[in-house]
Design a protein around this ligand. Structure first.
Ligand code: LLP
Length: 430
């Protein structure tokens, strides 16, 4: 489901014209649909219901506390990767026992904070980290639960920057080392090592890498049990896809159809399953609204210069990621029927959609077929809810954009646009 649709020739979010939001809050603005966000979460929960998983929303994908709160109210836990994200999850009202905490580089202060706040599971990524966690827990005289992140060496067939389940990434420990890890640390008094964590990559558009990773991991769990260890939690991580192009990603039911049968019997026997989805829940729940500042011709190229760029949405320039881009009120005859790289409509021109940042790598799209555009037009960048605002920066001293949430007929500012004063607020006066 996706609440962003063209009606009477204009892009709407539910019943609200998105241009009314740009007029009211300015641009660039990230605009989210609560209905879409919750629908995606519910679909996932329904598809995986036989496993009764704890669905821990991946805060890094889009961490505004208002979005996290909507999901926490639905019973979601949170997947966090820093003390800051745990702080966010708590501010959003998520119980800390429903939080799982991963990351290769947790600081001592972050570990102490997580233990004291009673985080549900610490996903530990190395021997050295386990020793630090155990020592801190012992010093605090507080027990904590840990899962070992294993690297199952499967190929998720995704961008190399977000491929995490193969050998020789910095994440987790090789699955072959897991036995020795449990032998060394499985009986720690303060840090109770009773889980396995996986996260193979993001986005993963086929189910086979999950099946392969889970199959390897279940064999490991059997081995560990035979060696006398308790393994009561299996965290499958995140990575399910989103439709950047219409129909690109499998539905939640497709992932579930392959994964549920592998785990259902284990769950009946007491295994707790955790999922850490981010993108699949929030990507299509958000768009980026940006205004055309200038049109420019350079050689054979047509540039659309917008007020959003790599500072606002890094994904195109960082991963060569595709985001469908279209004016919110296109000229008659140019309403898109679906979202795709190539659109069959007469009268489109190839354009580079770029931002204001002083780098040639600052683009939102290259050679994109687009309808006529002019200064002042409002343009939507679709499927921008995940890893959009959360990866935005203040590069070139451009303040961070606003975030707005549509909930039914209600439009709420959930993050005010930063000001120039905000840019220097943390700098010490000489
Ligand atoms: N769990 C762990 C341990 C992760 O590292 C991640 C994402 C997730 C869960 C959530 O993955 P998701 O369900 O959202 O795919 N910035 C990149 C994506 C980086 C993903 C990092 N880890 C992008 O814009 O595509």
């Amino acid at each position: 489901m996706d609440d962003f649709a063209y009606r009477h020739g204009e892009l709407h979010c539910g019943s609200i014209r998105v241009s009314s939001i740009a007029d009211r809050f300015g641009t660039p603005t990230y605009l989210y649909s609560a209905a879409t966000l919750l629908d995606h979460h519910r679909k996932l929960a329904q598809a995986f219901a036989p496993l009764q998983p704890l669905i821990c929303y991946s805060v890094k994908s889009s961490g505004n506390i208002n979005l996290c709160r909507l999901l926490a109210e639905e019973g979601a836990g949170m997947d966090v990767v820093s003390g800051g994200e745990l702080h966010r999850a708590m501010a959003a009202g998520c119980p800390t026992e429903h939080c799982v905490y991963a990351g290769v580089g947790k600081t001592d202060a972050e570990i102490e904070f997580a233990i004291l706040q009673g985080v549900g599971v610490l996903n530990v990524e190395s021997e050295a980290e386990f020793e630090v966690v155990a020592a801190i827990a012992a010093r605090l005289q507080r027990t904590c639960a840990a899962a070992l992140r294993v690297n199952p060496d499967v190929d998720p067939k995704t961008h190399r920057y977000t491929s995490t389940g193969r050998k020789e990434t910095k994440f987790g420990v090789d699955i072959e080392r897991a036995r020795a890890f449990f032998a060394a640390y499985g009986n720690d008094r303060w840090c109770r090592l009773t889980g396995i964590h996986l996260h193979i990559g993001s986005p993963v558009y086929s189910v086979q890498p999950y099946v392969d990773a889970i199959t390897k991991t279940l064999a490991l769990i059997d081995d560990l049990k035979a060696a006398g260890h308790t393994v009561d939690t299996l965290d499958l991580g995140g990575g399910f896809g989103a439709d950047y192009e219409t129909g690109q990603s499998p539905e939640a039911t497709v992932y579930a159809a392959a994964i549920v049968p592998l785990l259902a019997e284990r769950v009946r026997r007491g295994l707790r399953v955790i999922l850490e989805p981010g993108r699949t829940i929030v990507a299509n729940a958000g768009i980026l609204l940006t205004r055309v500042l200038y049109m420019k011709q350079s050689g054979d190229k047509t540039f659309v210069i917008c007020d959003a760029g790599m500072n606002t949405l890094l994904r195109p320039s960082h991963y060569d990621a595709f985001h469908f881009i279209w004016p919110t009120a296109p000229e008659a005859g140019f309403v898109p029927l679906h979202r795709a790289r190539s659109i069959e409509l007469d009268g489109l021109t190839l354009m580079d959609v770029v931002g204001p940042i002083c780098e040639s790598g600052d683009f939102l799209a290259i050679d994109r077929p687009l309808p006529p555009l002019r200064r002042g037009d409002l343009v939507a960048v679709f499927t921008a809810g995940a890893y959009g605002m959360s990866m935005a920066s203040r590069y070139n001293s451009v303040p961070l954009p606003a975030e707005v949430l549509v909930e039914g007929n209600e439009v709420r500012l959930i993050r005010r646009r930063e000001t120039w004063d905000d840019l220097i607020a943390h700098e010490c006066q000489a």
